[in-house]
Design a protein around this ligand. Structure first.
Ligand code: E4P
Length: 217
């Protein structure tokens, strides 16, 4: 599974990229606003520190303007992916941009039929929002399973990018359900490698090692 970080904090992303475990980044207008930085400079900084796909979202509502915004965003760096909302205008823009060779991430997906349309529009990524569905009393993970089944039935190459992740369990369940990627907030990413038994076990090993009085180097 590819691991993307859901953030627009260029400094934090650069630090996380040093783990070698980060395959890409997703941003959205809310995350850009939270970062407080200039949109274009922030994206350029992120693209320079993370070699994989970096999603940058358009804000236009009509396909013609989305195309202009998408092409401009793609000019910032080779690894930019144009993020488009799952509206009919977004799907139209997706089809054209993908035909031009610009990879797209269709976002704000809340149903399997929406995901089917994104695949038909040739999207490189589809982003089903797990946490927001759960928050709304629905089963986000069931959506991942449904999209996986549909994409496998018809061999659509669109990659399922599990989004709106809230916990390590979301990451685990999305991986089991067959998501190709998950975009994870920094705090959840840092929780993935933590386990209380790892810490306790390491502490005991180091204590016992110290008692031997030996050293490796
Ligand atoms: C995905 O691309 C979105 O940026 C993100 O996952 C939304 O998550 P949220 O529901 O926590 O805002």
């Amino acid at each position: 599974m590819q691991i993307f970080i859901d953030s627009a904090d260029a400094k934090e992303l650069a630090a996380l990229a040093e783990t070698g475990l980060v395959d890409g980044v997703t941003t959205n207008p809310s995350l850009i606003a939270k970062s407080g930085g200039d949109f274009f400079e922030t994206l350029k900084a992120i693209c320079a520190s993370v070699p994989g796909p970096v999603s940058a979202e358009v804000v236009a509502q009509d396909a013609a303007t989305m195309l202009k915004e998408g092409r401009k965003l793609r000019g910032l760096a080779d690894n930019i992916v144009v993020k488009l909302p799952l509206t009919v205008e977004g799907l139209k823009a997706c089809k054209t941009l993908e035909e031009e060779g610009h990879p797209c991430n269709v976002t704000l997906c809340f149903s399997a039929v929406q995901a089917l349309l994104a695949a038909k529009a040739g999207a490189t990524f589809i982003s089903p929002f797990l946490g927001r569905l759960d928050d709304n009393g629905q089963d986000g993970m069931q959506l991942i399973r449904e999209i996986r089944a549909i994409y496998d039935n018809y061999e659509y190459p669109t990659q399922i990018l599990a989004a709106s992740i809230r916990s390590a369990n979301h990451v685990k369940d999305a991986a089991i359900a067959g998501a190709d990627c998950a975009t994870i907030p920094p705090a959840v990413f840092k929780s993935l490698y933590k386990h209380i038994l790892t810490d306790a076990g390491l502490e005991a090993f180091l204590k016992d090692w110290k008692s031997t009085g030996q050293s490796i180097l």
